[in-house]
Design a protein around this ligand. Structure first.
Ligand SMILES: [Mn+2]
Length: 386
């Protein structure tokens, strides 16, 4: 019998985002991760999904606050189907972690009776499937936690129910020279090749933040809410998977985009008098009227005239306001345009300004510390003469 369910992972609820200065915006970034549950609730209803699996790292740490716990449980409780969760490395299932805390143990049945935490590696039969959880019970595990599945006798389970593995860790052999992640750790390695593929119908993976198919039946859901600037085109975070699994058949997997916050990296070089208009048009095309929904890592190079540089600063002020965070590397140099130089130097009625401007222009081109001061003075002079 085929069954539809939702596969997600790596929500990392309550991730603190310490590098975001503005507290209101930091809270926004934190809240949006919780809102993923609202998107999942809608998906469940729209597609008739029978349950949800979270393949690890639902929480960002093993010690979320009581408020984080209440918030998560309340939102999960609103989903009308069971939600099965394994702990990952961030929220591992060791003693003392959230799953064993008094408050969680009390709050979970009150707010989310449909939430089932799977803390043991043993098969459980649910209404529409058989689940094979491989929970992480500590942050780093050096034995393959899917090893117990290599010798499973699947004939003891009802043949009509799809068999679904839940695991959290890396399946990619980073040691083979891949550059996917420089923080590669040999811990939590899942040896997909050694799993008896024919015995299972879907492998729901967590840990890798991009959505990625890594085997005939194995997928990383990726984080449903993007949480960093994206490295490489292959990395595709911001989705939840709708899976239709069936016994002895290939699963049908649909990627559904869920991210609300977007993380952009942009580089721009100002080369001539048209550059500022082009830059502004590109910024407008990216963000339109969006406010507090994007993060932008912006690298600016090239040169601008006095007036255009001031306009660029105004645009930057706007971006700082509208972005959740603007990470700016502004290397643009100020080079007065010919018109600007003319208008400063050829002032018949103001010979003093003309001579000061001439000196400042020359000093500004020296490329030393004084040049910076001269440029500032030149901008002041230009603004005053306007
Ligand atoms: Mn992880």
């Amino acid at each position: 019998m085929s069954v539809k369910f939702i596969h997600t992972a790596d929500l990392q609820l309550a991730k603190p985002y310490g590098s975001i200065q503005d507290e209101t915006k930091r809270v926004k970034l934190k809240d949006v991760r919780f809102e993923v549950f609202t998107s999942i609730k809608k998906m469940v209803e729209e597609h008739g999904a029978k349950f949800v699996v979270i393949a690890g790292d639902m929480f960002d740490s093993t010690t979320p606050t009581n408020y984080d716990v209440s918030q998560a449980c309340s939102l999960i409780g609103a989903i009308n189907v069971p939600v099965y969760v394994i702990p990952g490395n961030h929220d591992h299932g060791g003693k003392g972690s959230v799953w064993y805390q008094d408050f969680f143990i009390k709050e979970q049945p009150r707010l989310a009776p449909n939430l089932i935490i799977l803390l043991e590696p043993k098969a459980i039969e649910i209404e529409h499937a058989i689940l094979f959880p491989c929970p992480l019970l500590r942050r780093h595990e050096y034995d393959d936690l899917t090893a117990w599945l290599r010798t499973i006798d699947s004939s003891v389970f009802p043949a009509s129910k799809p068999k679904i593995i839940l695991a959290h860790g890396t399946t990619l052999d980073f040691s083979s020279g891949s550059t996917l992640d420089d923080e590669y750790d040999v811990a939590n390695f899942i040896d997909l090749a050694r799993l008896p593929e024919n015995e299972f119908d879907y492998i729901a993976l967590g840990d890798w933040h991009g959505t990625k198919k890594v085997g005939n039946k194995a997928w990383y859901a990726g984080t449903p809410e993007i949480d960093r600037f994206i490295k490489g085109a292959e990395n595709k975070p911001g989705h939840v998977l709708l899976v239709e699994a069936d016994c002895k058949k290939a699963p049908v997997v649909t990627e559904i985009r869920t991210t609300k916050v977007e993380w952009y990296e942009k580089e721009f070089e100002f080369i001539d008098e048209n550059s500022l208009d082009i830059f502004n048009a590109e910024i407008n095309a990216l963000f339109g009227t969006r406010v507090a929904e994007d993060l932008l890592k912006l690298t600016l190079t090239g040169h601008l005239g006095l007036a255009d540089f001031t306009k660029l600063e105004e645009q930057i002020t706007t971006l700082e306001s509208r972005m959740i965070n603007l990470k700016l590397d502004n290397r643009v140099s100020i080079t007065p345009t010919n018109d600007e130089i003319e208008s400063l130097k050829n002032r018949l009625s103001d010979p003093l300004i003309s001579s000061v401007a001439d000196k400042l222009i020359q000093a500004s081109m020296l490329g030393n510390e004084d040049a910076e001061i001269a440029t500032v003075a030149l901008r002041e002079l230009y603004a005053a003469c306007k």
